[in-house]
Design a protein around this ligand. Structure first.
Ligand SMILES: [Cu+2]
Length: 161
């Protein structure tokens, strides 16, 4: 299964005409930011929302911030976090965006920070990709494609951190 996911992940990049600097492993270099392992998860037909995930490394000397996101696949894309409210895990919008401290990697992953696609224009289908534009305070906007993994996927592919 892991081998299949890896192949699917690699293949998804062959379909993309990159307008950005991209490593062999798919990492996107955008100013001082390195964006890696993007993915989303398959949704049911008519599902109202979907999640988006990736790792953002800030290799610069200054803090940056993910301030907004948008996608043709959704009416709106918000930046969310998961937080405990009493005994209940709830998600909420980060109104000021997501802080990216210098020299650190911030991971958007199921159960934590995530992109929230709201008002989906179509179901997310495993094996396809979902385009998204991320806007950073300093680094500016960058477009990337999120490969759609299975509905239960926890990561885009196995990685050694
Ligand atoms: Cu959310």
């Amino acid at each position: 299964m892991i081998r299949f996911l890896r192949a699917a992940f690699a293949a998804s990049f062959l379909l993309v005409a990159p307008a950005f600097a991209q490593d062999h492993d798919g990492t996107i270099h955008h100013a001082d930011l390195n964006l890696s392992a993007p993915f989303t998860r398959a949704t049911l037909p008519n599902a109202p929302v979907g999640g988006g995930f990736l790792s953002i490394q800030n290799a610069g000397a200054d803090a940056d911030r993910l301030v907004s996101a948008s996608s043709p696949a959704a009416a709106m894309v918000q930046i969310h976090e998961m937080a405990m409210e009493g005994d209940v895990m709830k998600m909420r919008q980060l109104a000021d965006g997501l802080e990216l401290p210098p020299g650190e990697t911030v991971t958007l992953a199921p159960g934590g920070f995530h992109l929230m696609f709201m008002g989906l224009t179509q179901a997310f289908v495993e094996g396809e990709t979902v385009p998204v534009t991320l806007v950073f305070e300093k680094a500016g906007p960058v477009e990337l494609d999120l490969p759609v993994m299975s509905a239960a996927a926890d990561a885009a592919h196995t990685m050694s951190h």
